[in-house]
Design a binder for this molecule. Structure first.
Ligand code: MLT
Length: 272
């Protein structure tokens, strides 16, 4: 798959990721604490009809790591700079999973002109409770002191549906390896950023672009009920539940997720 690596002076970072295909742009934004490889089931196939850009966010994969706190606003601004650096003139379909969805809310608010459509996979609109935010800040301290092993142990069971554990252990191992290979400062900075993210619930009725909301049936982090409520609150949203999948639906059941994305993009193309 074609890889891109570029230095972006405005974002003050070096980007790594995939840029494949031609056509309308689909920007794939990964979750925490992962990298662009979580979209392995989407990039090749969706690049048949789209230019698919799947970057590693600040702090992850082979992109620049920034210590301290990296907010969801900063990640959104980074992505706006990336689209400019890639000379992307037309608005894009922004597809984010979980933390990628938290970034989507900010991207929509701050860079509205760059958004043609939204795809929200396994994410939440609410901010953290005080307790959840405190746990994230503790995680940030601990990962810098101890490394990412305990993060992988704590997260891996929650990320996947039972069927993925039995039928696709290699996908789980790949995700564990990604977490273990992530720089602790990058994990800590994003954890602190998520802890202070704002509540996006109130902005949902203002989303005026076609939106697809996708959720794995067994998602234990952002549940089907919660995601259905997100879709209900967005005027032009459709909701699709993905079978045999948990929080990592695009990785766990790529066929069903890709079908949902294709049908959403095709229906919207037919309307426009
Ligand atoms: C993710 O998948 O990005 C995380 O579950 C987000 C979070 O920790 O809230």
């Amino acid at each position: 798959m074609p890889r891109f690596q570029l230095t972006d002076d405005r974002a003050n970072m070096r980007w790594n990721g995939m840029d494949q295909g031609t056509g309308p742009t689909l920007l794939l934004v990964h979750g925490f604490p992962l990298d662009h490889t979580m979209w392995v089931g989407q990039i090749e196939e969706l690049a048949e009809t789209h230019r698919v850009i799947a970057p590693d966010l600040r702090g992850f994969g082979a992109s620049t790591v920034t210590a301290g706190t990296v907010t969801m606003e900063q990640m959104a601004d980074d992505l706006a700079c990336l689209l400019d650096a890639l000379e992307m003139r037309d608005p894009v379909t922004f597809c984010g999973l979980s933390m990628g969805g938290y970034i989507a809310w900010q991207f929509f608010q701050r860079h509205r002109a760059k958004v043609a459509r939204l795809i929200l996979c396994d994410t939440r609109a609410e901010a953290d409770t005080d307790q959840a935010a405190a746990i994230r800040r503790e995680t940030a301290e601990r990962v810098v002191a101890e490394g990412p092993g305990f993060v992988a142990d704590a997260m891996i069971d929650k990320l996947f549906a039972p069927s993925t554990h039995s039928e696709h252990p290699e996908r789980i191992q790949a995700t564990r390896d990604t977490i273990l290979n992530t720089v602790p400062d990058g994990i800590a900075a994003a954890a602190r950023g998520m802890a202070q993210r704002s509540d996006a619930t109130k902005m949902l009725p203002e989303i005026d672009v076609p939106t697809l909301v996708v959720c794995g049936r067994h998602d234990a982090i952002s549940t089907v009920d919660e995601m259905r409520q997100i879709a209900d609150a967005i005027p032009a949203a459709r909701f699709v539940e993905i079978s045999a999948a948990g929080h990592m639906a695009p990785l766990e059941n790529p066929d069903e997720v890709n079908r949902a994305i294709r049908s959403f993009l095709d229906a919207d193309k037919a309307r426009s």
